[in-house]
Write a protein that binds this ligand. Structure first.
Ligand code: ZN
Length: 192
């Protein structure tokens, strides 16, 4: 089932996500609905707050990036197969050089801005079988994980922009909250 994506301004996007356990009601159904919703919106990641649940869960599938011919063969291969569920994740370490990438967000349609983040991260999480994993991730895959991780902390990529950029985007963001935006997937707007 395709779930509506909560738009910018929805209070749930600002909540700190709470940890869940194996007995979280209908978890596998929730994950499969999130996958369907992400695909439907052509996203590479989706966090639970974006479908209205302030819990520590997000999904990532970077395979759409694997078509990008600007990337090395090696990176494309990694991105093609980076399809994971992160439950109760915890970033243990971020390192490497700062780099900018033009980010977007399914909750903030039609806005893309450069965001600076670290190149590499090490993350501990539980997979869909509630088995603990620890992984070190680089480059674009790390970028998507960092963006989604922010969601479960109540942070949006627009928070990371300069105050000038924020000022320039204020009207557009306000319009998104009101549903004044051209989008071709199902959304829920807080001020509509
Ligand atoms: Zn996002």
């Amino acid at each position: 089932m395709v779930l509506p994506i909560m738009a910018y301004g929805s209070p749930v996007l600002r909540k700190m996500g709470v940890a869940i356990n194996k007995d979280y009601p209908e978890l596998s159904e929730l994950i499969s609905n999130m996958k369907e919703s992400m695909k439907n919106a052509r996203g590479v990641g989706l966090a639970a707050p974006q479908i209205g649940k302030a819990i520590r869960l997000f999904i990532v599938d970077t395979s759409p990036f694997s078509e990008d011919e600007e990337l090395s063969e090696e990176e494309r291969e990694i991105l093609k197969n980076f399809n994971k569920i992160f439950i109760n994740p915890k970033i243990l370490n971020e390192e490497g050089k700062d780099w900018a990438f033009n980010e977007g967000c399914l909750s903030i349609p039609n806005i893309n801005e450069d965001v600076v983040r670290k190149e590499t991260l090490t993350i501990e999480y539980f997979d869909e079988n509630f088995e603990k994993q620890v992984e070190t991730i680089n480059g674009l895959a790390a970028r998507v994980v960092q963006h989604e991780y922010d969601h479960i902390e109540g942070i949006l990529f627009t928070d990371k922009l300069s105050s000038l950029k924020k000022r320039l985007l204020k009207k557009k963001l306000g319009n998104i909250s009101k549903g004044i935006v051209d989008v071709d997937y199902k959304m829920k707007f807080p001020k509509k």
